[in-house]
Structures are given as C-alpha cells and as structure tokens.
Ligand binder design. Structure first.
Ligand SMILES: *Cc1c(COP(=O)(O)O)cnc(C)c1O
Length: 474
C-alpha cells in the first residue's frame, strides 16, 4: 500500500487525463509510430484504469500524471508485451541435446540456407531440369541414400511421425511383431503400443523384458504378420542377464518368410561416434547393411539437424510410404528441408565433422577447454552471486540427451554454486534469478547446489554470458 499523498501534489481521479487527449499529445507520437495506434490505445487504456484505485485512495501524485510520465510507463509495458516469447537461453544443464531447449543447435551453413529459403521463392516442389512439378523429398533423398547406403528415403515432421507413417502404410489391420524389451515410452506422449493402435496395427509382443530370442519372433510369424519391428531402446538400458535379437538375425528371419524388417533407431547417428571416443551408437548405415528394410530416425538428435523424421530403406516400401495420405499431413516445410540439406552436406567431410557440426563440436569439447573456462568464470560468477554463495570450479558429467546413450556420461567442467548456511541464500532463488536474466541461464539443481555445466558455452559466447551477470538480482 502506497502512502497517501497530501497537499497540492495529490491528484484525484478527475485529474487523470483523457485517453483521446493523450493519444494526440506529442509524448505519444513516437510510440504510435513504433507500435501502431491500436496497440498503444489498448495499453494506454489499461494503464489509465490502473490509476483509478490509487487516485481514489489518495496515493496518486500530480507528477505521475504528466504526459511524459504516462508515456514512459506505457512504453515499458509495450516493450514487455513485445518481447518474443521464444528467447535464446544459455543451456548449462549439461544435456547437449535437450528436448525442452530445442535439441540440436544448427551449424552456420544451415542457418544461411534457412534464411535463403525464407527470403525468396525456392524450387521446393519444382523440378528445374524437367520444368515441371517436382517432389520435395528429392532435395535430400540422394544425400540420405549416399550417407546411409539405402535405396530410397523420405522425410516427415519428426521420428514419431516417421514411425506412425511406416506402421500405417505397412501394417494397417495386420500384425507387427516386437520384443517385450523394446516396447518403449519416449518422453510421455510417444509410447510404442499407442502408436501401433493409432496406425491400426496389431501389436504382437514376444520374448520377455530382459531376453528375447530369434525363435520367439519365428513362433509369432503367421500369414497376418506385416512387419518385424526392432526399436532402439534409446532412453533406458537393460543390464545384467539380457539378450536381444540383432538386426542381422531379424533380417534373416524376415527374408525366410518374406516379411519386411523395420528398425526405429531413434537417434540414428550417421557416423560411428567411437571415432571421437564417444560411446558407440548403431549407425543408420550399419542398420541398413545389416538387412533392415526400413529404418526411421530423428533429424535433431545425434544427427545434429532440424526437427525431422527420416525414413530410409527399400525403394518399393519407401514409395508406398510416400503415396499414403498421411505423408501429406506429416510432410516438412521448406525451412526444415533447407536446414536438413545443409547439415547432410557437412557429413560428406566426416573428418571435419567435429568442427563444423555444432552438436558434435559440443559433444567432443576438450575437458581442458572447459576447465580453463571454469577457472576464468569462477571469480566473475562469485562476484555476481555475492558472499551468500560459494562458487567453485568442479568436474561434472554431461549427457548427450534426447534418449541417446542414457547410461554413458561425458566428463566435463563447470561451476558448482552452493548457498552458504546461515546466509540468506537458496539454490531455488538463485536458479530463478538466473532464469530472469535477459538471456536466461538454465543450470541443473542437484545435491543442494546449482551446477552450471560449461560444455555448451562455447568460447565465442563467454563474454555475453559474463556481461549480463551484472543484471543478476538475488
Ligand atoms: C526420440 C525417439 C523417437 C521420437 O522421435 P522424435 O523425433 O522426437 O519424434 C522415437 N523412437 C525412438 C527410439 C526415439 O529415440
């Protein structure tokens, strides 16, 4: 409650200027030019309404009713209202491909390609050599085949869409055999049994949670079987007494019964990550060469590109997928294709990948570089958070994220911030204050400390990170 104002500075409700007069006052001219009359009018009206209660209770001053004072208040409301809801943040969570933070950050080449596709007409579905209508998949399908060894390829909105399209096309009203150890849920809304039902396919579970043998699949095969499906258990690991059937074994069984084998790879790396001492994931090429007839994977996980669902495999099967009505509903736009094409081109120079592909550059960042950065930022962050918190450089472990390799962790460095007992300090308050910065900083709370993993703070962004810490309000 504001203190009542007395004497001649006190303003009453009758002193509040009229909307019409203010809109024509010189103080408002530049606001109207920038934001338009409609927006300024509605914000100004809302602001004048907020002045009535304090005017009635005697808490309003004449000074606050000056044209310039009202214009300044309205301007800050307009600035706040025009701030984009989607904002850049600093991902210091330690999870490189963070689904909630938009997964892969795209390389510069992809950004340029997207801007080109945004600012002029493009040959999205126009065959320039034939001079007639073309197929948008043809912008990337040759590259996808070259990089995976597959015969044909198609692209949809995300991998969940790829699996839905694949099942709807190849297994509608028929049976799909899948191991009980692979009936996965990925991030709540994507559950294999639910997708099967949506696609009108009948799920036939075989084996047990921890072990499934080739004979389990063989016994389930009958004339209604449409597909043998293998799902990469991306976001969980079964360890101990386990056994699953390899793509090769499944392909052998499929060939014997003329039943296609589909593999949902999830992350679907195009290169062997062990080359960079990262944990090994099955590559799309290995899966195709192992005999899979259709392989689905995401564009924005380990591939490091835009959100997309990629399907590669046998020409006849891909051709059926492309003709299904769902393909039209699930198709990608030109921005996705522009980014995807640029990212796939980077893969043609695999030896340069860890420098050019942003996601891989972050995943392979040298611990020494992060250690040096932690040492540099330590005093800066300590000064910003004040003496109620203890900041220390610390070793921590990053994750690849997006379901890839849930068990393996990458050694990394960062800052661990602990509230000091007896002082007015809390990790939750600190975390909220970091979220409130102009470019929010997202860390991770664990063991009563806030951890800022520096893996994803590239050196080029370090100055911007440090500079805005002056705005931290704890
Ligand atoms: C991530 C994942 C999906 C879903 O992919 P989106 O691109 O997020 O739709 C499906 N299957 C597996 C095995 C996954 O890992």
């Amino acid at each position: 409650m504001e203190a009542p104002v007395t004497g001649p500075t006190r303003a009453s409700a009758a002193d509040i200027p009229s909307l019409d007069r203010l809109l024509n006052a010189s103080s408002f001219a530049s606001l109207i030019e920038r934001y338009g009359r409609t927006q300024v009018t509605s914000v100004l009206r809302a602001y004048l309404d907020t002045l009535r209660p304090p005017a009635l209770s005697g808490a309003l001053t004449q000074a606050s009713l000056a044209d310039d004072a009202i214009a300044a208040a309205v301007e800050s409301m307009l600035i706040e209202a025009s701030r984009p809801r989607m904002r850049q943040v600093f991902n210091l969570t330690g999870t490189v491909l963070h689904t909630n933070l938009g997964r892969a950050v795209l390389p510069e080449e992809a950004v340029r390609a997207v801007v080109q596709a945004l600012t002029a007409p493009v040959n999205l579905e126009f065959d320039l050599s034939a001079g007639k209508r073309g197929d948008r998949d043809s912008l990337v399908d040759e590259l996808l085949c070259e990089l995976t060894g597959a015969e044909a390829a198609t692209v949809v909105n995300n991998n969940a869409a790829a699996v839905l399209l694949m099942l709807s096309t190849l297994a509608h009203r028929r049976e799909v055999v899948i191991s009980r150890g692979e009936l996965i849920e990925i991030g709540g809304a994507f559950r294999m049994p639910d997708i099967m039902r949506q696609a009108g396919a009948k799920l036939v579970e075989v084996g047990t949670t921890n072990r499934t043998h080739p004979a389990d699949y063989a016994q389930a095969v009958n004339p209604r079987t449409a597909l043998l499906l293998k799902v990469h258990t991306s976001n969980y690991a079964i360890s101990g007494f386990t056994g699953s059937v390899s793509v090769d074994e499944l392909a052998e069984l499929g060939r014997a019964h003329s039943i296609p084998v589909a593999v949902d790879l999830g992350s679907g790396s195009l290169v062997d990550l062990s080359r960079w001492h990262l944990p090994k994931e099955p590559t799309v090429r290995e899966t195709v060469e192992g005999g899979a007839d259709v392989v689905t994977f995401s564009g924005d996980k380990l591939l490091g590109g835009p959100q997309a669902g990629l399907v590669v495999g046998r020409r006849d099967l891909i051709s059926k997928l492309k003709k299904h009505p769902l393909k039209r509903a699930l198709r990608v736009g030109k921005l996705t294709l522009a980014a995807l094409e640029a990212v796939l081109r980077i893969y043609r120079a695999p030896e340069l990948l860890d420098d050019r592909l942003t996601a891989l550059r972050l995943l392979t960042r040298a611990p020494a570089a992060m250690h040096a950065q932690a040492t540099r930022l330590h005093p800066v962050v300590q000064r910003a958070v004040g003496n109620a918190y203890d900041v220390a450089p610390a070793q921590m472990f990053s994750q690849i994220g997006s379901g890839a390799l849930p068990v393996d962790q990458l050694p990394s460095y960062g800052l661990r911030i602990k509230p000091i007992k007896g002082k007015r300090a809390s990790v939750v308050r600190l975390s909220s204050a970091l979220h409130a910065l102009p470019r929010p900083v997202i860390g991770r709370i664990a063991e009563k400390a806030l951890w800022l993993d520096l893996r994803c703070l590239e050196n080029a962004e370090e100055a911007a990170f440090a500079a805005q810490l002056d705005d931290l309000h704890l």
